[in-house]
Design a protein around this ligand. Structure first.
Ligand code: ARG
Length: 573
């Protein structure tokens, strides 16, 4: 099934070609999009403005010619010209109703598999070994996972790759520190915390003690040269860290297809340097090797340090080359915080110079701010991700106990888990990722307003309407009656439901889960108006069934949308 925007845009292209055979239709932005205000019709196209320039005509005349000469597509009741030459599409209620019926019969809710045959590699989460995942990592994990789910649903072949920071200078300090300061029992009980403690102690000592610093460097060199004892220790750091990360991923419902850390590409680094040199891209500068990016107005990209060590960029270049060769992806997408923007610009540019044609995309987000007092327990400067999730669940439990005291405690805990985790994820996903977010529990856990609990609650409420219908009219099947959109409120809800496939595609294409979140909130509000203003069970037979069908479609759309954001919807709240 094509989406509404695809269908109307296709008609527009064909109508333009028929009415203006001399115009280069391909060059015109002929897309038809949903309007934001009902006064502008249901869908709108502003192509007449651009076309007028090309055709040396007045925009209104261009629009008029389309209206006069093109046969209206099926489903369009009226095509009107507004303002300077906007074309406003008014769709026929009957046609919309038939379409909603088709969508209701479709598992995929009318979403076409536009990604079929295409591969995207999503590089997200990617925490650093021997360090706890902190609150900054949650955004990468949550945003990355939403992009992952949306792309998969759109038919893409997705390879989610957790590019662990498991290589680099910190391991010299860690190995030396571990042998000196580690407490075996603490390491077993809470490995990352112990490794962090060891690292801090070793790092502090290196600041005061030159010989310690040198010894750490020697351990690093030994590790890099394959020394068995150091390799074994490093391996244990990686495994212990991964086990803790896995716990968080399991809680968040996140799964990776690949977990290839930076170390995976270690062997390939000399080859990258050789390739850069062979193509004349790298040059010596103060003992280091750099790729100049003056033409691109970027500072040089460092690919080898003066001590012979490789840089973060070198690994990332090797990773792109490796991924491109092995998986032939159409796109590689990286999700990290805003501080890495320059790094990505630099190595993307270097990759292009090396001849990489894969689309490389950096999706960055602002760092989340936490106002003082957000947490009841504060440990050092880093607020650990797991603490955040625990706190979310316990706060949600307090709310559930208050709002549903009759619910069995087991179920209260399960609902609190879904609501608490949902709240944390949605607080992240509902924002433009590039805006500065201030996280507050009140906003995240609000039962009213743009929050996960509000949407989860809306789903549960709709389910109870459906239950009531089944109780009152046992044996009746609503789908035996047609959908009717006679009331403007019903029509408005129907239109909104039909936007889901286009919104989803736009959110995925622009790497903006917030577009989907905004839509779901808007849909829930539209539903609420519908529910509050129109009778359901008391409506006459036929109308009643049509309304129950709209309920069902709303619930499914909300559930699917939340699922694509990684948010669960408990049957009861
Ligand atoms: N490990 C890095 C960090 O925690 C993020 C890695 C992102 N991915 C990449 N291919 N550079 O900051």
């Amino acid at each position: 099934m094509q989406t509404l925007e695809q269908e109307l845009s296709a008609w527009m292209r064909q109508a333009f070609a028929a009415v203006f055979p001399q115009a280069d239709v391909a060059a015109l932005p002929l897309n038809v999009v949903a309007t934001t205000e009902a006064a502008h019709g249901d869908y709108q196209c502003n192509a007449a403005m651009a076309a007028a320039k090309l055709l040396k005509l007045k925009p209104r005349d261009v629009a008029q010619a389309i209206v006069d000469q093109a046969a209206l597509p099926e489903g369009v009741a009226r095509l009107e010209i507004a303002g300077p030459g906007f074309l406003n599409f008014h769709l026929a209620a009957d046609w919309l109703a038939r379409r909603l019926e088709a969508v209701q019969g479709d598992e995929r809710l009318g979403v076409p598999a536009v990604g079929q045959g295409k591969t995207v590699i999503l590089d997200y989460s990617s925490p650093n070994v021997a360090k706890p995942m902190h609150i900054g990592h949650i955004r990468s994990t949550v945003i990355g996972n939403a992009l992952d789910r949306m792309h998969r649903f759109l038919g893409w072949r997705v390879l989610a790759d957790n590019h662990l920071g498991d290589w680099g200078t910190q391991f010299g300090l860690l190995i030396l520190g571990f042998r000196t300061f580690a407490d075996a029992a603490a390491y077993e009980a809470s490995p990352i915390e112990e490794l962090e403690r060891v690292y801090v102690a070793s790092y502090n000592r290196s600041k005061e003690d030159e010989s310690w610093k040198n010894a750490a460097r020697a351990e690093l060199v030994k590790l890099q040269q394959g020394d068995a004892a150091n390799r074994q220790l490093w391996q244990s750091f990686v495994e212990h860290s991964l086990r803790e990360f896995e716990r968080v991923y399991a809680r968040l419902g996140v799964k990776f297809d690949l977990v290839r850390g930076e170390s995976y590409y270690n062997e390939k680094l000399p080859g990258v340097i050789a390739q850069l040199q062979a193509q004349g891209l790298a040059e010596e500068s103060e003992g280091a090797l750099i790729v100049k990016l003056e033409a691109e107005k970027l500072t040089p990209c460092l690919v080898r340090k003066s001590d012979g060590g490789y840089n973060y960029a070198t690994t990332d270049i090797a990773t792109v080359l490796g991924r491109a060769a092995e998986f032939l992806p159409d796109e590689v997408v990286y999700v990290t915080d805003e501080r890495q923007q320059l790094h990505f610009k630099q190595f993307f540019t270097v990759c292009r110079k090396l001849g990489v044609t894969t689309k490389l995309q950096h999706v960055w987000f602002g760092l989340m701010r936490l106002p003082e007092g957000t947490f009841s327990t504060r440990e050092g400067n880093v607020i650990k991700l797991e603490r955040l999730l625990d706190e979310a669940e316990s706060r949600a439990l307090a709310i559930v106990q208050q709002t549903s005291p009759e619910m069995p405690p087991e179920q209260q805990r399960e609902v609190a888990r879904c609501v608490g985790l949902g709240a944390v994820k949605y607080a992240d996903l509902s924002q433009n990722p590039q805006s500065l977010v201030t996280f507050t529990w009140d906003k995240a856990l609000a039962l009213e307003g743009n929050s996960a609990p509000y949407l989860q609650y809306a789903c549960a409420r709709i389910a109870s309407v459906q239950d009531k219908y089944r109780e009152r009219f046992p044996g009746s099947e609503p789908t035996t009656q047609p959908i009717k959109l006679d009331d403007p409120i019903e029509r408005g809800l129907g239109l909104k439901l039909l936007r889901f496939p286009d919104v989803l595609q736009r959110a995925a294409e622009n790497f903006r889960p917030s577009l989907l979140a905004d839509y779901l909130f808007d849909l829930a509000q539209t539903y609420s108006t519908f529910y509050q203003n129109l009778p359901f069970l008391k409506a006459e037979a036929g109308v009643r069934e049509s309304r129950v069908r709209l309920c069902d479609l709303t619930a499914r759309t909300l559930r699917r949308g939340l699922n694509l954001l990684g948010i669960e919807t408990p049957a009861r709240i």
